[in-house]
Design a protein around this ligand. Structure first.
Ligand code: ATP
Length: 349
């Protein structure tokens, strides 16, 4: 396997508190590899430790113990010169854009090149190329106050890419944007990831962001990673309650209200219907399994809700069905044998 772009190896971060109140443990024994060229989403609630984790990558924070390796460099042990070199390879974008109000779009994007001492003759073509990449040719002479939120974030992205970093960090970059603009900015990040082979590590509290561009995801809670893996796998078989709660409403379908209102945890009679969620993934996502269930086992299926979407470029189907209680075990075994996942949500009479 290719070397990870970023590797957190047993990282713990403590913040000492005033006497007697004990340390705050912001991160505890984090092991996580961020693959080269992937878009990895770190998702967690407020205070979970996301920012602390992200800030370790460019050395704004250092681990109390453990190592953070970025493009082969140990960030925690880097001296100031090595840290400057690491930071040139790591760009960052922010929730509130962090643009300089007194500089035009062009000059904001040129800034990191000026700081890096790039020859002024080489700055102009590079900035123009970046402006074109993020689609701001018409706005190059404008000032941040004259831009929409989405345009400001495009400037932030162009500025972050100016020095040709290998890694882009995103700190809630779409949290201040409306849903349409969010989709456009995420699409731009996805294009950049594909075209430039840039590794992206983003933190977010919205699973929809991970669904839309994350190839990999890690769920963080109370400073610990509770679940991680390829987005498709985590979305189709979430193992942890926190992951499940983040996924509610983001993928698949909900039980319609008129059924949810009548649903009970335990069956009340043998004539009940069992409400089952079926998840179709991978090569089986588009198989006509329900038709086969009826044809081969003679089990009637009552479809209550359903959707097919795309996650990580793969089809992901989710159906909520009612099955006769007396045939549920048999029907679930049949579906699972054919590579589908099933989960009993409740019972209705
Ligand atoms: N400089 C600090 N001193 C003391 N405690 C800190 C410091 N920075 C962060 N913490 C604590 O560490 C924990 C993790 O904070 P962090 O900012 O990483 O969380 P987060 O997941 O990014 O939250 P949010 O989404 O609200 O930004 C929190 O309990 C926070 O109060």
């Amino acid at each position: 396997m290719a070397e990870a772009a970023i590797s957190f190896q047993g990282v713990t971060r403590r913040y000492p508190q005033k006497k007697g109140s004990g340390d705050v443990i912001a991160l505890q024994d984090i092991w996580l590899d961020v693959p080269q060229g992937a878009v990895t989403g770190i998702i967690g609630r407020s205070g979970a430790g996301k920012s602390t984790l992200l800030r370790m990558v460019n050395g704004l924070e250092r681990p109390s113990s453990g190592k953070v390796i970025v493009n082969g460099h140990n960030v925690g042990e880097a001296d100031p010169a090595a840290l400057r070199a690491i930071r040139r390879e790591v760009g960052m974008i922010f929730q509130h854009f962090n643009l300089l109000a007194m500089r035009s779009v062009y000059d904001n994007i040129a800034l990191p090149l000026e700081i890096a001492g790039v020859d002024s003759a080489r700055i102009k073509p590079r900035v123009n190329e970046l402006i074109e990449l993020v689609g701001l040719t018409q706005q190059a002479a404008r000032y941040p106050a004259e831009l929409s939120g989405g345009q400001k974030q495009r400037v932030g992205i162009a500025r972050a890419l100016a020095t040709n970093p290998r890694v882009l960090l995103s700190d809630e970059a779409t949290s201040a944007l409306d849903p349409d603009t969010t989709r456009q900015v995420l699409a731009l990040l996805k294009d950049i990831n594909r075209e430039l082979g840039l590794t992206i590590l983003l933190i977010t509290h919205e699973m929809a962001v991970v669904r839309d561009i994350g190839t990999h995801v890690a769920v963080i809670e109370n400073g610990q990673i509770v679940e991680s893996g390829e987005t498709y796998d985590v979305f189709s078989r979430p193992q942890h309650a926190t992951t499940r709660s983040f996924l509610t409403g983001v993928t698949g379908v909900a039980v319609p209200h008129f059924i949810a209102d009548r649903m009970t945890a335990e069956p009340r009679s043998a004539d009940d219907e069992t409400v089952v969620q079926i998840t179709f993934v991978g090569p089986h996502a588009t198989d006509p399994m329900l038709a086969r269930l009826t044809a081969e086992l003679g089990v009637s299926v009552n479809i209550m809700a359903g959707a097919i979407e795309e996650i990580g470029d793969k089809p992901f189907g989710s159906l909520i069905v009612g099955l006769p209680a007396s045939r549920t075990a048999e029907a679930r075994a049949f579906l699972e044998q054919h590579g589908l996942f099933t989960e009993v949500l409740g019972h209705v009479s």
